[in-house]
Design a protein around this ligand. Structure first.
Ligand code: AMP
Length: 228
């Protein structure tokens, strides 16, 4: 299944995408994680990306598109994927459509998580991210087993520079201006499902699975190969 998760920063796209990975047998691909990996490598590309990310603005398309295209061409993404954080503009959505149609493919569904701004700011200011694997926790709602250490890889957790409150407000403005028109865009194409993103993550997950309907379960053919 080829799925896009839409929603403001902190809406729970990453958490939900990770919960869906196993069920759909498709990798979670987060543009923010791909960009942060590039930044960590200290390449020229990474340095350029960082100047935009630290202030909460969008990184230029040519840079993001290159990273996404490389990732979507990897073997594990051939049967499906769950995109998180991309596309973020109508221009990126069009670029994605062309990228996929050039390979004889198209999106199956777009899930938009709906969460009010005040709830977002509350969620993000407590958010802690693993420096190594990108897993996310919340200091109050979803604390790690050991203080400031990732449950999965035991690496240090940190508050992302762009998760500071002022930058979060800026990211919400960017979302409203640049990304929210995508809801209408995908609605017109009959791909959009709006899902209430407030509540426990398992409750939100059940709503998403309901919205995916029959297409949201992995089926096996007679040889035991997974089909989506
Ligand atoms: P995220 O982890 O999705 O919240 O992304 C963190 C930051 O990475 C954003 O605030 C942007 O600066 C940048 N970014 C992530 N995805 C994109 C994208 N699709 N287009 C442009 N910039 C992006």
């Amino acid at each position: 299944m080829r799925l896009v998760m839409l929603g403001p920063p902190g809406a729970g796209k990453g958490t939900q995408a990770r919960m869906l990975e196993e069920r759909l047998g498709a990798p979670h691909i987060a543009s923010g994680n791909l960009l942060r990996e590039t930044v960590r490598k200290h390449s020229a590309l990474g340095k350029k990306a960082r100047t935009f990310m630290d202030r909460g603005s969008l990184v230029p398309d040519e840079l993001v598109l290159k990273l996404i295209e490389e990732r979507l061409d990897k073997p594990d993404a051939q049967a499906g994927f769950i995109l998180d954080g991309f596309p973020r503009t109508v221009a990126q959505a069009e670029a994605l459509r062309k990228m996929l149609s050039g390979r004889g493919r198209s999106l199956d569904k777009v899930i938009a998580l709906i969460v009010p701004d005040d709830e977002i700011v509350k969620r993000i200011s407590g958010r802690r991210t693993c420096r190594n694997c990108g897993a996310m926790y919340h200091a109050i709602f979803d604390p790690p087993r050991n203080v400031n250490l990732c449950n999965a890889c035991n690496s240090e957790l940190y508050l992302r520079e762009d998760d500071a409150e002022d930058t979060v407000r800026m990211r919400l403005e960017v979302y409203a201006a640049e990304t929210s028109p995508l809801l209408e865009h995908y609605d017109r194409q009959g791909l959009l499902a709006r899902v209430d993103g407030v509540g426990r993550s398992d409750e939100v997950n059940a709503r998403i699975i309901g919205a995916l309907g029959a297409s949201g379960s992995r089926t096996e053919d007679r040889q035991g190969n997974a089909r989506r």
